[in-house]
Design a protein around this ligand. Structure first.
Ligand SMILES: C[S@@+](CC[C@H](N)C(=O)[O-])C[C@H]1O[C@@H](n2cnc3c(N)ncnc32)[C@H](O)[C@@H]1O
Ligand SMILES: [Zn+2]
Length: 344
C-alpha cells in the first residue's frame, strides 16, 4: 500500500507534531509514532480517552448510528414550531399522527378498563408504555409532543424581525473575502453533513475546504454531499476541543449549530481562534433565546431546541483575548450568529 508523507496543516493530537505517514487505512505520526486509524479513508485524529463525557454521549446516543442517519428528518422536526408551515407541514402531519395514536391508545385503555376487558387493556397499556418509553429515550421528542402547538401559536401571533438578518451577517463576512486575491483556506468545525458549509455562500469563494466532525455517521453524509456536488474537501474525524491542526492556518473558521452543545464551548472557541490566521474570520451559529420570548417559547427552547446544550447563549464572556471585532447578531428568535476577527 502506498505511503505518502503529509505535513502542513495537520497536528498530531498526541504530540502536536505536523508530519504523518499516510495510507488509506491509517495515519502514523512521524513525531511520536502513534497510529490513527481511518474510517472509509477519513483519519480519526483524536484520542478517545481525552474526549469530554458530553461529546462522547452525544456522539453515541444522537449523532452516530440510527439517529445520525435520520438527522435530516429529526432536525427539521425539532425546529418545526419555528419554521413556516409551508416548509414544515409534513412534520406537522407526522406529529398529528403520533399525538392521535397516543391519545387513541389512552382513550382505548380507559374504555377497556371501564368495560372490564382486561386482556385488551393489557395490550393497549403495553403499546402505550412502549411508545412513551421510546419517546423518553430522546426526551426532547417527548417534550415536543406537548409544547409544539403552544409554542407555534405563541410565535405566530407576534411578528419578529432581526436587526441584522442571517443573510446580511453572511454578506458582511463574505464580501471582504471575495477580494482576498489569493486562495483561501476554510475550516468548518463540527461540519456534520457539510450542509451549512455547502449552502451559505462559502462555496462561491476561491478556497480550499477542510471539515471536521466527531461522528462517523454524520461525516459520511458530509462526504456524500460534497462528492455529489463535486467539491473537494479534506475531511477529518476529530474533537473540536483539540483541533488536529497547526496554529494560524485558516482564513475562515466556521461552525454551525455545535458550539453550545460541546463539553467545553470556551475551549472550542479558543481552538478555533488558535487555528485561524492573524486577521482571519471566525463565524459560528447556535441557539440563543431572543428577549421577547414568552414562557411557553422558553419551555420549547429549554426542553426541546437547546435541551442537548451545555450553555444556552453565545459565550462572549469566555472568548480568548486574541478575538477582536466581536459581533453577536440575533438572526432568528432562537439563534445567534457570532462573528469575530483574530487580532494581527
Ligand atoms: C447540530 S449538528 C450540526 C451539523 C452541521 N454543522 C450543520 O449545520 O448541519 C452538530 C454536529 O457537532 C458534532 N460534534 C459534537 N461533538 C463534537 C466534538 N466534540 N467535536 C467535533 N464535532 C462534534 C456532531 O457530530 C454533529 O455533527
Ligand atoms: Zn505524534
Amino acid at each position: 500500500m502506498a505511503t505518502e508523507l503529509k505535513s502542513s496543516k495537520y497536528r498530531c493530537p498526541q504530540c502536536s507534531a505536523g508530519d504523518f505517514a499516510v495510507t488509506t487505512t491509517r495515519w502514523r505520526c512521524t513525531g511520536c509514532g502513534q497510529s490513527f486509524a481511518c474510517a472509509s479513508g477519513i483519519p480519526r485524529l483524536f484520542v478517545e480517552d481525552r474526549l469530554g463525557a458530553q461529546d462522547r454521549k452525544l456522539r453515541d446516543t444522537f449523532y452516530d448510528g440510527l439517529f445520525g442517519r435520520l438527522y435530516q428528518i429529526t432536525m427539521p422536526a425539532i425546529v418545526m414550531p419555528v419554521r413556516p408551515l409551508a416548509i414544515s407541514w409534513p412534520y406537522w402531519i407526522a406529529y398529528g399522527v403520533m399525538v392521535g395514536l397516543i391519545l387513541g391508545l389512552a382513550a382505548g385503555l380507559i374504555s377497556t378498563l371501564i368495560t372490564g376487558a382486561f386482556a385488551a387493556a393489557a395490550l393497549l397499556f403495553a403499546a402505550l408504555a412502549l411508545i412513551l418509553w421510546l419517546l423518553s429515550r430522546q426526551s426532547w421528542l417527548l417534550h415536543l409532543m406537548w409544547v409544539a402547538v403552544p409554542a407555534w401559536l405563541s410565535l405566530s401571533r407576534k411578528p419578529w424581525a432581526p436587526s441584522e438578518s442571517f443573510a446580511a451577517v453572511h454578506e458582511r463576512a463574505l464580501a471582504p473575502l471575495r477580494d482576498a486575491g489569493r486562495r483561501l483556506q476554510i475550516l468548518d468545525v463540527s461540519t456534520g453533513s457539510c450542509n451549512s458549509l455547502y449552502r451559505h455562500g462559502w462555496m462561491a469563494l476561491d478556497a480550499d475546504y477542510t471539515a471536521i466532525d466527531l461522528s462517523e455517521t454524520m461525516l459520511k453524509q458530509g462526504s456524500d454531499l460534497m462528492s455529489a456536488a463535486g467539491v473537494p474537501v479534506d475531511l477529518v474525524l476529530g474533537d473540536a476541543m483539540e483541533l488536529p491542526f497547526q496554529d494560524d492556518r485558516f482564513d475562515v473558521v466556521l461552525s454551525y449549530g455545535a458550539v453550545n452543545g460541546l463539553s467545553d464551548p470556551a475551549k472550542a472557541i479558543a481552538e478555533m481562534a488558535r487555528v485561524a490566521r492573524p486577521g482571519g474570520t471566525l463565524l459560528f451559529l447556535d441557539e440563543q433565546m431572543y428577549d421577547a420570548a414568552t414562557p411557553v417559547e422558553r419551555a420549547y427552547f429549554m426542553k426541546v431546541l437547546s435541551s442537548h446544550n451545555v450553555i444556552h447563549h453565545c459565550p462572549v464572556e469566555d472568548f480568548p483575548p486574541s478575538l477582536t471585532d466581536v459581533r453577536v447578531s440575533q438572526v432568528y428568535q432562537f439563534y445567534y450568529i457570532c462573528t469575530a476577527r483574530k487580532a494581527g
